[in-house]
Design a binder for this molecule. Structure first.
Ligand SMILES: Nc1ncnc2c1ncn2[C@@H]1O[C@H](COP(=O)(O)OP(=O)(O)O)[C@@H](O)[C@H]1O
Ligand SMILES: [Mg+2]
Length: 291
């Protein structure tokens, strides 16, 4: 069974075995400030999320990898005081991985809720990361949950769960991977409100990198400049661009005392490419910007 990563798992903790009752989660007060993961707001995304949650509408987050989508959802779930169930989708992920299955326990078969079912029962937020990676039967079970029925039929147990008002489905995908086979079907995507994510403006990104790494802001700014230069190379030789995540890694290495050229090599150049020529090209850009 897919392991649900329970960020903000305080309320969810007692339900790890799947025998979900809704005490604790339902009455959960909004998390206090220090329990809320740091998220630097870039535009009006928090307001959109809050309104979508209030109106019981599902939300799709689009954007490149490492630009803050997962952190945003963790932040919003904590702000709203809802337990979060995050599932990283992959091409073997089945509907049963989300809904649950019967497993053998002490010679008996027992039903175990999957993360989606737990989120529905508890009025939590279910976040399906990289939804396009999942098999088609996964999107089928999402349909009755994402229209005004808001139900999750569990064929195996014969139950039909009605999602409580607090339940919210959030999915993400990266439109940058230009793969026709792996784009969302219109019948699925038209059920979601959508927010586009991108790398933040340079001064905001530097602030994020500083906050996350502990490196002084002034020393983060040139790293952000470098990333922006490297991002212009996308599509030529690079499939992926430098993410905010890689910048945070790089700054963390420098904050830990590593020389900047080594840090850039380990956190930016090597993760982006295996090709020797492309690597040299990146190093040239690094030298031009930081050298
Ligand atoms: N707006 C932001 N506020 C705080 N941290 C951010 C923000 N954007 C990116 N980050 C940092 O970048 C890292 C990667 O972001 P993440 O949410 O995992 O990306 P995604 O889910 O889009 O791939 C985070 O762990 C965090 O350190
Ligand atoms: Mg993510």
């Amino acid at each position: 069974m897919t392991q649900a990563l329970q960020t903000n798992g305080r309320a969810a903790m007692g339900h790890a075995s799947g025998g979900a009752t809704d005490e604790g989660a339902r009455g959960a007060a909004p998390a206090s400030r220090q329990d809320v993961p740091y998220y630097r707001t870039v535009a009006n995304e928090c307001a959109v999320f809050e309104t979508a949650h209030r109106l019981r509408l599902p939300l799709l987050l689009k954007g490149p990898t490492g630009c803050g989508k997962t952190r945003f959802v963790a932040h919003m779930a904590a702000r709203l005081g809802r337990p979060l169930f995050t599932v990283a989708c992959h091409d073997d992920l089945t509907a049963a991985d989300l809904t649950g299955r019967y497993l053998l326990k002490g010679g008996q078969t027992e039903w175990f809720d999957g993360p989606l079912t737990r989120a529905v029962r508890m009025g939590g937020i279910c976040y399906l990361d990289e939804i396009v990676e999942a098999r088609k039967d996964v999107t089928v079970i999402l349909h009755p949950l994402t229209d005004d029925r808001r139900i999750l039929p569990l064929e195996r147990t014969g139950e039909t769960l009605e999602a409580p008002d607090d339940f919210m489905l959030v999915v993400s995908y990266n439109p940058g991977y230009q793969n026709i086979l792996k784009s969302l079907k219109p019948s699925t995507r038209q059920r979601f409100l959508a927010l586009e994510f991108d790398f933040p403006p340079p001064e905001v990104e530097a602030e994020i990198v500083a906050a996350e790494s502990g490196l002084e802001l002034e020393r983060c700014k040139p790293l952000v400049q470098l990333a922006r230069r490297l991002r212009t190379l996308e599509g030529q030789d690079l499939e992926e661009v430098v993410s905010t995540r890689l910048l945070v890694y790089c700054a963390s290495l420098i904050a830990a005392g590593m020389a900047w050229d080594l840090a850039v090599r380990a956190a930016i150049v090597e993760p982006l490419t295996d090709d020797a020529d492309v690597k040299q090209g990146l190093v040239d850009v690094v030298d031009a910007v930081l050298g």
